[in-house]
Design a binder for this molecule. Sequence first.
Ligand SMILES: [Zn+2]
Length: 368
Amino acid sequence: MNSGAGTYFDGVTSARRDVVVELTTGGLQVSDRDGHLWAQWPYEEIEGLTAPDNMLRLGRRGSATLERLEIRDPAFAAEIDARSAHVDRTGALQRSQRMRVIGWSIGATASLLLVAWFGVPAIATRLTPLLPVTFESVLGDAVNAQVRGMLDIRKAGAAFDCGIAAAEIPGRIALDKLVRRLEAVAALPLHLRTNVVRRSEANALALPGGQVYVFQGLIAKADNADEVAGVIAHEIGHVAHRDGTKAVLEGGGLSFLFGMLLGDFVGGGAVVLAAKTVLQSTYTREAESAADAYGTELMNKAGGDARALASMLEKTGGATEPGMKILMDHPDTKARVVAINKSAAAVSPSPFLEAGEWAALKKICAGS
Ligand SMILES: [Zn+2]
């Protein structure tokens, strides 16, 4: 229904005009039967005025005159209502705003009680497994934007990513092949996004929602593709166990829990805090061991060399993620290496990449 009848008052004279109202893409047009155009109002400038129940009375926001338009056909009135941002004849907007306020109050009270009872870390642990994957993706995108900004200290923007320049494309293709082989056996409920970025540390990092950052320094330190695959498999373990999400919820604290209950967490300082947590905090020993076990199992399933993860740990002193300051002589790292080697499959592994592909991956950050 794109046109209907109305009554128009120009706000200057007292004349009452029977008009035809047409709903165009940008707004409504008011003309009389002789084709004279009386008014043209963009939808965002239309406002609802007080009127009897059987009528929709409209005005134009900020108009100097008291021009107004009256619509009596309920179906046509509903059509205008649906298109105009500031007309809320059905009261739907008002109701939803009221529900939102009530929701916030209940959410705030519930959060306070839960925090008082369990404390934030316990809630994060209990809550995380219940969160839908779609929530995790939205959360991941918000955190990702922040984390990228914090990692990209030289503000390189798009140039922060390796594998973009022409000479780096073969490296990108090799990386994709490697990740696909892991992803095929991991069967995650979400899609992994793996990027190599220009950071000199031999680290990798998994964010909520499946974003994995592999640092240039890790590629440089690795002696073969299976070592890179091993670390990525460990990171996939963090994704599968939702460790990043747990950390974000803990780091974001109470304000995050509030916002979460109402789907409002993307804006605001909580997400900055959350991003800092992901970058600075280290996972617990248990979380690291669990990610190792997952990574080892994944490498076995993919037919790769799981011991490559252990050899990479030996090279990095166990510091797979940024902020980890564990030294190789730390008993934890030694124990992790032993545990991985023990669980590695005995069958002879098939390398993740051929020699030429591995050479290309080594040059993924070489530039144009
Ligand atoms: Zn880890």
